[in-house]
Each structure stands twice: as structure tokens, then as C-alpha cells.
Design a protein. Structure first.
Length: 422
């Protein structure tokens, strides 16, 4: 009788690499904390930095010695980075990262505001206003790209929305007619994107750029032929009113920002959790994520891949068109050629930086808006830091995120891939 010897093999798990995402983030936070401590701390004047809880220099304020604050918040940033470097705080990784960035920003502000004042209400209000179209544009991108369609045409949707809001709002003397027309303008560009990308399988990035140029050309032509010669008749839309919620609007700092605002602010802030919950907890959301990741598998279980992509791209057009209305019904009160000035591409960057999620896009858009508002404030205050440097910070952060230096940033697997039913 023969016997067979079975050799037992032991599977040994590969050791975890040292430079996991948490440690990379911790190293980055530690480095910027050291910069804040030694650079900002040494440059800051030993004068009082006042952060007023109103829109001007009057009223209550939080005061701190500028040099002490710069060093203190720099050391807090370093401490948070060191905690992340231990690799033992994975559950609190996002919170520690957010606190580290906040502490770094506060150190920078203590340096810049020493001997001056920073009105918190005005800063927060301005940051939200700059971020408003970016939030809506990024949400439009989320809807399209989570279902597999790259939306580079957000800029064109903004332009058509802004033009439609100005023209129809003026003719109808109604801000609401202007808002509806802005949504229609966004849908027109979205429909062209959907047909060319989904039905005719045109390269989605190329068609997005072409649609941006199309929107720029047609709105510029109509502006010169129609609006510029007779602005009073065609380019004087009413401004969107701001509504104050009694009681809530008197909450310090956040009350005037969130509860004394126009409809677009509330629309943007409500859409973020609504789209997040819908993507996570509804049948539509499950199908959207399935179509964006594995369209063939979704098709085999009866999901209409192309139909769902059409619906989501068109819904995105409605939201982006509303974002375009901001430029004419809220910001300037009139349409001008190329007035969006690349805001659609900034929204696309916010979408990527926010990892294709509604709340991530909101955070990125607010970060971009804060950088723009801070650049404006520092230029007025005579800061030695060039405002162009602050304006480029969000894009540097986006490049770092996309390059994977702080962890993998992955788009949906089928994003930009045309679906051909087998």
C-alpha cells in the first residue's frame, strides 16, 4: 500500500507597506505644520489679530496675538500630523486631516491679520457665494460621471444658463422665468452631449470641449447682435431676492450666511445631501453606480444602461443651468461675453478633488471659494503674499490629489467609456 504525503503550506500575508495613505497624509500635515510654525511664526508681527463676528470691524471679535497664534496653530498642525504618522488613527483619518488643514489655515490667517481684522461673516458669505456655481456644476458632473459620462461641457452649460436667464428674465421681467430658462439652456447643452457621447459614441472629452466652444460662440454672437445694441430691452434681468428666515438669521456668524440668502444657496446645499442619499439608498442610485462601474453586468440584469445615462446627463444639465443663472441673476445683473471665465473647469476640478462624491465636491468647492475670497481680502489689505499665489492653491491641491500623492483618487471604472450593447 502506497502512502501519499501531503505537504502543508502556510500562506503568509504580505507585510503592510509602511507608507500607507494615512502616514503619507500625516507626513504632509507635519511638513506644512513645521512651515506654519517657523515661517509664519517668524514673519508674523506681535500685534493683535482680530476676527470679528460681524461683517465689519465693529461688534464682538475673537482676538489673539498674531505671532503667538501663528506658532500655536502651527504646533497643533504638527501634533495632528504626528498622530497620523503613527498609523494608529485610521478611524479618525478624515477628521484629523480636516483639523490639520484648518489649523494650518488659522496659522496663516494669524500671520496675515496681525495688526488688522478679518470679518468672519463677510469672509464666509463671500466664500459661499464664490463656491455656489462650483457646487452646482460639480453636482452636475457627479450625476454624469457616476453613470459613466464625462462632463467636460459644464462651462458651456453655465454660459447657456447665464444667457438664457438674462434674456428671458429681462423679457418676462421675472427672475423665476429667468431661472427656468437657465435650466433649459443647461439641458440643451446636456442633450447635445448625451446624444453625441451615448448614441454616436463620440469621444466624450472632445465633444465636451466642442460644446464649450459652441456655447461660447453662440452666446457671444447673440450678445453682440441682440443684447449689446439694446441692453435695456434684452439684458436687464431682475436680481434674485434674498430671503431671511426669522430667528435663524440671527444666529452668530452662520445665521447671516445660511439663513439670509437667495434660493440658489439653499438649492445647492439641499441637493448635496439629497443626491448623496439617493446614490446610496435608492434603486436609482444603485443602478447609477452599477452603470458607472460595470455597465455590462448591469445590462444583464435588465438595467437600461443608455437610458439611465441619458436621464442623468439631462438632470445634470438642469443643475448646471441653475448654476449659470448665478452669474446673471445673483452676481452681476447682466450677461457679458465669456462671463463664466472658466468656472465650469473649476467645477470639474472640484468634482475630481472631491472624489466624485457630492459631499466631497461641496468641500472642494468651498475650499476653492474660500481661496478666492481670501485672495481678494489680502489684496485689499496690502498683504505681501501675491493674490495669484492663493488663487492657484486649489489647482495645486487638485494636481496632488489626482497624482495619488495622498492616496488613490479613482474615477468610476466605466467613466468616459462608451457602452455598446452586445
Amino acid at each position: 500500500m502506497s502512502t501519499a504525503t501531503v505537504e502543508e503550506t502556510t500562506v503568509v500575508d504580505a507585510p503592510e507597506p509602511f507608507w500607507i495613505r494615512e502616514r503619507r497624509l500625516g507626513a504632509g500635515i507635519t511638513v506644512i505644520g513645521l512651515i506654519a510654525t517657523f515661517v509664519f511664526g517668524s514673519l508674523a508681527e506681535s500685534k493683535t489679530a482680530r476676527f470679528t463676528l460681524s461683517a465689519d470691524a465693529s461688534g464682538a471679535a475673537i482676538s489673539i496675538n498674531g505671532q503667538v497664534g501663528a506658532i500655536l496653530f502651527g504646533l497643533i498642525t504638527v501634533a495632528l500630523g504626528v498622530v497620523m504618522l503613527t498609523g494608529r488613527a485610521r478611524r479618525w483619518q478624515t477628521l484629523l486631516l480636516s483639523l490639520g488643514i484648518l489649523a494650518f489655515v488659522l496659522s496663516f490667517l494669524c500671520w496675515q491679520v496681525a495688526g488688522k481684522f478679518l470679518p468672519l461673516v463677510d469672509t464666509l458669505d463671500g466664500s459661499l457665494e464664490y463656491a455656489l456655481p462650483l457646487i452646482l456644476g460639480a453636482l452636475a458632473g457627479v450625476l454624469g460621471e457616476r453613470s459613466g459620462v464625462v462632463n467636460v461641457a459644464i462651462e458651456g452649460q453655465f454660459l447657456m444658463g447665464a444667457f438664457g436667464a438674462a434674456l428671458v428674465g429681462t423679457l418676462a421681467t421675472s427672475v423665476w422665468a429667468g431661472l427656468i430658462s437657465a435650466m433649459v439652456g443647461g439641458v440643451i447643452i446636456a442633450a447635445m452631449l448625451a446624444v453625441l457621447a451615448i448614441r454616436f459614441l463620440v469621444d466624450q472629452v472632445v465633444v465636451g470641449i466642442v460644446l464649450n466652444l459652441f456655447a461660447l460662440g453662440i452666446t457671444g454672437f447673440l450678445y453682440e447682435r441682440l443684447m449689446q445694441p439694446n441692453a435695456l430691452k434684452y439684458n436687464q434681468p431682475p436680481k434674485m431676492p434674498e430671503w431671511k428666515i426669522p430667528g435663524l438669521s440671527h444666529i452668530p456668524v452662520i445665521g447671516p450666511v445660511l439663513f439670509d440668502a437667495n434660493l440658489l444657496v439653499w438649492l445647492a446645499l439641499i441637493l448635496v445631501p439629497v443626491i448623496h442619499l439617493a446614490l446610496k439608498n435608492t434603486r436609482w442610485g444603485l443602478r447609477t453606480r452599477a452603470v458607472g462601474e460595470h455597465p455590462t453586468a448591469a445590462d444583464t440584469v435588465g438595467v437600461r444602461v443608455r437610458g439611465l445615462r441619458y436621464v442623468n446627463v439631462l438632470l445634470g444639465g438642469v443643475i448646471a443651468g441653475a448654476g449659470g443663472a448665478y452669474f446673471t441673476l445673483v452676481s452681476t445683473g447682466a450677461f457679458n461675453k465669456n462671463m463664466t471665465a472658466g468656472a465650469g473647469f473649476i467645477a470639474l476640478a472640484a468634482l475630481i478633488f472631491g472624489r466624485w462624491t457630492p459631499f466631497g465636491a461641496l468641500g472642494a468647492a468651498l475650499f476653492f471659494g474660500f481661496a478666492q475670497k481670501l485672495a481678494y481680502y489680502l489684496s485689499v489689505a496690502g498683504s505681501p503674499v501675491p493674490n495669484q499665489f492663493l488663487n492657484m492653491l486649489p489647482y495645486i491641491a487638485t494636481i496632488i490629489a489626482v497624482a495619488g500623492l495622498v492616496g488613490r483618487v479613482r474615477a468610476p471604472a466605466a467613466d468616459g467609456v462608451p457602452y455598446v450593447k452586445s
